[in-house]
Design a protein around this ligand. Structure first.
Ligand code: FPP
Ligand code: MG
Length: 311
């Protein structure tokens, strides 16, 4: 996949830049998959059912976007991607845990994810809950393997991850998402949900990558802004795709949001306005990369890809 980044209004890169995002993603996904395979206990290690369940969802074909954002941020700040690799893996473990739990009957009750039966459909609810628990814990075990950096000691890294995944961010977003079902909520409340259930982990992904490069405070500020806006745009687009795409394309049951009376952008502001909101958020993300002066080509291409994605 070759993404040609064209200069559009308000976009950060002034010159047209060709960046092979397909190649970037394929190389990073392979590295992350290899590392995850080493970090996670073997499928035969007792309790084998648990380790099989963890591996089932972890290797079910996720796009590895959070790791890619983490590694791209490390690159943009002049870091060594291999130092960011454990953090990229930790992020994917947290993401996968959240999907396993999100799919449970007690939550969104989904039968398909990433084109496969959901974890609880294969292993039963008890094991799916425990596989999610174990992946969340595993994430911190993996992250603890980073050595820490001058400006960002190991404790800062662990705190960053814990805060993004905890009761004020990821879990808070999920609580608000569940509590908003079937209710008419304001766009302000909807943004609260999206900021927490999706944007927090994407923002954390770029922040951790930047920290692994011992970034300065200006770089951290810009990349936090980038991650926040990309994260919001990502969820608005996720909402749109649920309405516009087929189940085959998405690898999960399309139209579930409307069926479950979920609070989503298309439900609250309509499809057309949702699309322009996603565009605007992505432009804000591009603007945040301006100070990188062309050194953030991978992040720029990733933001384009997220805006244009169809699954
Ligand atoms: C799809 O990511 C996932 C989202 C858009 C995030 C949705 C948020 C939740 C499910 C929060 C759940 C939280 C808890 C605490 C249960 P993706 O398109 O990158 O998925 P992929 O990895 O399968 O490609
Ligand atoms: Mg959900």
């Amino acid at each position: 996949m070759s993404v040609t980044i064209k200069p559009v209004k308000d976009q950060s890169l002034s010159a047209e830049t060709a960046f092979d995002l397909g190649d970037f993603l394929a190389v990073r996904a392979a590295r992350v998959n290899d590392a995850l395979d080493r970090f996670i206990p073997r499928a035969k290690t007792p309790p084998a059912t648990l380790h099989r369940a963890m591996r089932y969802s972890l290797f079910a074909g996720g796009k590895r976007l959070r790791p890619a954002l983490c590694l791209a941020a490390a690159q943009a700040c002049g870091g060594d991607e291999s130092e960011a690799l454990p953090l990229a893996c930790a992020l994917e473990c947290i993401h996968t845990y959240s999907l396993i739990h999100d799919d449970l009957p007690a939550m969104d009750n989904d039968d398909y994810r990433r084109g496969k039966l959901t974890n609880h459909k294969v292993f039963g609810e008890g094991i799916a809950i425990l596989a999610g628990d174990a992946l969340l814990t595993q994430a911190f075990e993996i992250a603890a393997q980073c050595k820490g950096w001058e400006r960002y000691p190991q404790s800062t890294i662990i705190l960053e991850l814990a805060r993004a995944a905890g009761s004020l961010q990821l879990v808070a977003g999920q609580v608000a998402d569940l509590e908003a079902e079937g209710k008419g909520i304001s766009t302000r409340q909807l943004r609260y949900i999206h900021e927490r259930k999706t944007s927090a982990l994407l923002r954390c992904s770029v922040r951790l990558g930047a920290m692994s490069a011992n970034c300065n405070s200006a770089q951290l500020y810009s990349l936090s802004d980038f991650g926040y806006h990309v994260g919001l745009a990502f969820q608005v687009i996720d909402d749109i795709l649920d309405v516009t795409q087929t189940s085959e394309k998405l690898g999960k049951t399309a139209g579930k949001d409307a069926q479950a009376q979920k609070a989503t952008y298309p439900a609250i502001v309509g499809l057309k306005r949702s699309e322009s909101i996603a565009q605007r958020l992505t432009q804000r993300a591009f603007a945040a990369l301006k100070s990188f002066d062309g050194h953030a080509a991978a992040l720029d291409a990733l933001a384009h890809y997220l805006l244009e994605r169809d699954r």
